[in-house]
Write a protein that binds this ligand. Structure first.
Ligand code: AMP
Ligand code: FE
Ligand code: FE
Ligand code: ZN
Length: 286
């Protein structure tokens, strides 16, 4: 098992810079790693360069946050053309939305009696996808909670007093954006998101794979998603969802083999080919 296909850096809510992440991946003997930051691709240039330097394959990826039936659904995009204008404007919109939501969230927390400012969260976030994890970290530093997880559990999770939603993005919209940018759309941690009912719908919209191996999936969940992958003819992926060496999940904790990586690459080529085909057809029409 050589590949960890789900990781985060300081570009979103991870604590290692892309270069540090690649260094750690190399140290633990991974051969392939996908960088899949939440709603941003700004960690990719540094990560890809670092990978080249040490001979580790870095797959450019992203993890888009969406919503379905009051649940948080994350869609991974692999081998995505991260320069693509469609992706750029989609992410710019999300970023803007995250900043607006931060103002609301800080106001709400201050009202609830927490001493916290937008400036402090901005400093904590450093990267682009500012969100609840950064708010949680500020609250932990100030001694309100022992750790990030507790801050979520008691204050920031959906249904808690400090929760402020973001603009709703449909999972199908994320799948479409990823496909348009040549990426392979994969449903992230369906067990964690309780998203089984969504899978057939997303398959119709062009989903290519599901993340079968994730630290939140027990053996039974893994079996269930392997079956679903077979039934819907989907690719199988897996990764650790690594955020921090001090966090719950460790880098390389969930891995896949070279076959899964090759299938992902093959899917990417198919998507590109189909795209070229539609482009040519459109050209013929005009
Ligand atoms: P946001 O996109 O700002 O709403 O924050 C969502 C992110 O917060 C997720 O992608 C996770 O990285 C993190 N998160 C969500 N729930 C929890 C939790 N219970 N404990 C720790 N981190 C969480
Ligand atoms: Fe995260
Ligand atoms: Fe996720
Ligand atoms: Zn993730």
């Amino acid at each position: 098992m050589i590949a960890d296909l789900h990781t985060h850096t300081t570009a979103s809510d991870g604590v290692l810079t892309p270069r540090q992440l690649i260094g750690l991946a190399w140290n633990i003997g991974l051969k392939v790693i996908a960088i899949t930051d939440h709603d941003t691709v700004s960690g990719l240039p540094e990560g890809l360069a670092a990978g080249k330097e040490c001979g580790l394959e870095v797959i450019p990826g992203v993890e888009l946050s969406t919503e379905w039936e009051d649940r948080e659904i994350h869609i991974l995009g692999y081998f995505i053309d991260w320069h693509h204008e469609i992706l750029r404007s989609f992410l710019a919109q999300m970023r803007q939305d995250r900043w607006k939501r931060l103002s609301k969230m800080v106001a709400r927390l201050r009202y609830l009696g927490y001493d916290i400012s937008e400036e402090e969260v901005k400093e904590e976030a450093r990267g682009e996808a500012v969100g609840r994890p950064h708010v949680a970290d500020v609250l932990v530093k100030k001694g309100y909670f022992p750790d990030r997880k507790t801050a979520f559990l008691e204050l920031l999770e959906r249904g808690r007093k400090g929760y402020v939603p973001r603009r709703k993005v449909e999972p199908g919209e994320a799948v479409e954006v990823i496909l348009k940018c040549g990426g392979v759309p994969v449903l992230a941690h369906p067990g964690f998101s309780r998203a089984d009912g969504l899978i057939p719908h997303l398959v119709n919209l062009g989903l290519w794979g599901i993340e079968v191996y994730h630290p939140s999936h027990d053996q039974e969940a893994v079996e269930r998603y392997l079956q679903m992958a077979r039934r819907h003819n989907l690719l199988i992926t897996g990764g650790s969802d690594f955020h921090s060496p001090q966090g719950e999940y460790q880098l390389g904790q969930c891995r896949v083999g070279p076959e899964e990586v090759e299938e992902l690459r093959w899917a990417h080529r198919q998507i590109i080919k189909r795209k070229a085909l539609t482009y040519n057809l459109t050209k013929d029409l005009y």
